[in-house]
Design a protein around this ligand. Structure first.
Ligand SMILES: Cc1ncc(COP(=O)(O)O)c(C=O)c1O
Length: 395
């Protein structure tokens, strides 16, 4: 019988073993975790909607009306009124011909890529794409996959110029999940037009945060095109769970026929879909949440300028503090925890080797004093870990 214990010990020795913490209450800036109160910068609940009373009340009402489970897959008997209403609203609001709801972002990406690509496709993917885009491409098994260096449009264009297959796909995060930086979508779309490619955009971290009314990265860049396939999630800024794909009507109809992660899974619980729709209304109405995120981000960026580590510039809710090796990441994350602050340390394989970091994620519910507390703790830790070098004695 195979034992996994040696491999686990090997992970441990390299500082790569992951552990879970049990959260004992709702999401929020202050969280009860493993019996302790922590100031948390760990959640993707960027707008602070995961515990919003109006959204919760909507879910309660939908539970009373529809019960719990969807009972079957969407094509059997699990396509429910709240899911249909959510899809229709998203399509109208975001300006897509049609929208298809998926259970999660991971399931969306691992379903749509195999359905759309086929063996004769050629994929051009950013090197820092999220794991579920990578897995979706792997599952699709296209003839050729070209990984271009992060955001390197020249390298991408060179590869597109020598493309062999007719079915070409540029695949990218819109906001990179561990870096918080943006893909230059207008330029990517121009390349897609020039080289007759489709552009699949994963906006898991832009939807709700960027663009007018929080409509996401396409609104931020003010682009639209029949070449675009847009995937966004409902478990991050929307604070609930699920995902959706927006695109041309023919393409969405094809996904309904062929996306295996849509066809062969139980439909989403209707109350979740009802909660998502309520959340989308909040996203559109509550500009003050995005304004607060911007203010907090600025405060963090300014306050971190004299740390011995680099806080990558970011206009989103994700602010990575680059620490390098795994042990430093663990040390700083532990030292913060000792001060009651939770910031997840991110190590390979989630990020490339040697680029370990703390992923500081902000929520509109954080306050200026929360940011101040984090900055003070980081400065204290920096002094302890890297004491100032003594000035050499003058001869
Ligand atoms: C860029 C990106 N895409 C997709 C996903 C997956 O979304 P979900 O959590 O809804 O499965 C994530 C989640 O971390 C993500 O960061």
């Amino acid at each position: 019988m195979k034992s996994y214990a040696p491999a686990l010990r090997h992970l441990e020795a390299r500082g790569l073993r992951r552990t879970r913490r049990t959260v004992q209450g709702p999401q929020g800036p202050s969280m009860q975790v493993d019996g302790r109160h922590l100031l948390a910068f760990a959640s993707n609940d960027y707008l602070g909607l995961a515990n919003h009373p109006k959204i919760i009340a909507t879910a309660h009402a939908a539970l009373d009306q529809y019960g719990l489970g969807a009972g079957a897959s969407a094509l059997i008997s699990g396509h429910t009124e709240p899911v249909a209403a959510l899809e229709q609203h998203l399509a109208r609001w975001l300006g897509f011909e049609r929208v298809l709801h998926f259970s999660s972002g991971y399931m969306a990406n691992t379903g749509i890529l195999p359905a759309l690509l086929g063996r004769h496709a050629q994929v051009f993917a950013d090197a820092l794409n999220h794991a579920c885009l990578i897995d979706g491409v792997r599952l699709a098994g296209p003839r050729s996959v070209h990984i271009y260096p992060h955001l390197d449009l020249m390298a991408l264009e060179q590869a597109l110029a020598s493309a062999q297959e007719d079915n070409r796909w540029i695949v990218t995060d819109a906001v990179f999940s561990m870096d918080g930086d943006l893909a230059p979508l207008p330029q990517l779309l121009t390349l897609a037009d020039t080289y007759d490619a489709m552009l699949l955009v994963d906006d898991a971290h832009g939807f709700g945060v960027l663009g007018a009314e929080g409509k996401g990265s396409l609104a931020h860049w003010q682009i639209s095109s029949p070449r675009l396939v847009y995937m966004a999630t409902l478990g991050k800024a929307a604070g609930v769970y699920g995902a959706f794909v927006g695109a041309r009507a023919d393409l969405i109809e094809w996904l309904i026929q062929k996306a295996r992660t849509y066809l062969f899974t139980t439909g989403t619980p209707p109350a979740l879909a009802a909660a998502c729709l309520a959340s989308v209304h909040c996203i559109a109405q509550d500009q003050f949440r995005r304004d607060q995120l911007q203010r907090l981000g600025l405060q963090l960026q300014q306050g971190a300028a004299d740390l011995p580590w680099t806080l990558a510039p970011s206009g989103t809710a994700i602010h990575p503090l680059l620490l390098g090796d795994n042990q430093t990441v663990l040390q700083v994350a532990q030292a913060l925890l000792a001060q009651g602050i939770w910031v997840p340390g991110i190590r390979p394989p989630t990020v490339p080797k040697g680029t370990g970091r703390l992923r500081i994620s902000l929520s509109a519910l954080h306050t200026a004093s929360h940011i101040e507390q984090l900055l003070q703790a980081l400065h204290t830790i920096a002094r302890t870990l890297a004491p100032p070098q003594p000035t050499p004695a003058s001869s």
